[in-house]
Design a protein around this ligand. Structure first.
Ligand SMILES: [Zn+2]
Length: 287
């Protein structure tokens, strides 16, 4: 009898901890003078993870190769986040029509309309709403991506429509949602009382900052925003200013985000494993 009551208590404790899981994050921020890290405890059920533009292919061969390399560890991280109660939003920009019959896409479209506290971005880029670099909020980007950032050595890749869907390695499960739309994202978050938003995916100097579901827009909307800094990448050609290697270029943009927009943390805080690192990244030190 005693054992049975004990087991029941144990089971109830387990259920309670799964429902009330708290994410312990080391949030790194930056000022002009230095870098600081402080611990944060985010309720999993009040947190969304938005996966930006992890497409099946890319016009730049190097960019496509890096997404493929990242996709496995990325999916492992998502599984952990999902199991702990984080709401997963897949945001493969411009190819959500591929999922038009999926219940996860319909979930995003069916979320009840909620007015945003500030108007959503109306500027346009690449056929969608876009939050451009904001001189009131940030300095110019530390890398020159005006050539669109093909990092291939030798012949440069030709810009073309290369992507059709999210990369298949990343699983989309029953309770997830699919959208690349700012209003739909807001509606989904509102319906779940979500106040914390984690951004991961590519490319940090473009879509992870500028898309209507991404960092700038979420900060304008007043969410607690954080960037997962190891599971991201940039479009940066080392032949352009400031003339550093590709991965240092990415690190500079991460620093820019930490200084002007939101703190960052690594997937290690969620998975308990080592942070992700690209094989071609020969720099020393941690991401
Ligand atoms: Zn390329």
């Amino acid at each position: 009898m005693f054992t049975r009551i004990f087991m029941l208590c144990l089971a109830m404790t387990t259920i309670a901890s799964a429902a009330d899981d708290v994410l312990k994050l080391q949030l790194r921020s930056r000022t002009e003078v230095g870098v600081s890290e402080k611990p944060a405890a985010w309720e999993a059920k009040r947190t969304a993870l938005i996966i930006c533009d992890m497409w099946d292919d890319h016009w730049c061969k190097s960019a496509a190769r890096r997404v493929t390399e990242m996709a496995g560890p990325f999916n492992d991280m998502i599984k952990q986040a999902r199991a702990r109660g984080v709401f997963i939003i897949h945001a493969p920009s411009s190819v959500t029509a591929f999922y038009k019959d999926a219940p996860q896409r319909k979930r995003a479209q069916a979320a009840p309309f909620v007015t945003t506290p500030v108007p959503l971005a109306t500027a346009q880029r690449w056929g969608t709403a876009w939050c451009w670099t904001d001189p009131k909020h940030e300095a110019v980007l530390p890398i020159d991506d005006s050539d669109m950032g093909c990092s291939c050595v030798g012949a440069k890749c030709e810009i073309r429509e290369a992507w059709k869907r999210q990369i298949a390695t990343i699983e989309i499960t029953a309770d997830d949602a699919i959208t690349d739309d700012g209003q739909e994202t807001w509606n989904l978050l509102a319906a779940r009382g979500i106040t914390n938003v984690i951004l991961a995916g590519v490319h940090l100097n473009m879509c992870v900052l500028g898309r209507p579901f991404a960092i700038r827009q979420q900060v304008y909307l007043g969410k607690n925003v954080a960037l997962m800094r190891d599971l991201t990448d940039t479009m940066y050609n080392p032949e352009r200013p400031p003339g550093v290697d590709h991965f240092t270029g990415t690190e500079l943009v991460i620093e820019h985000v930490e200084k002007h927009w939101c703190p960052s943390f690594t997937s290690a805080d969620l998975t308990g494993k080592r942070a992700f690192r690209f094989q071609e990244d020969s720099r020393r030190g941690k991401p």
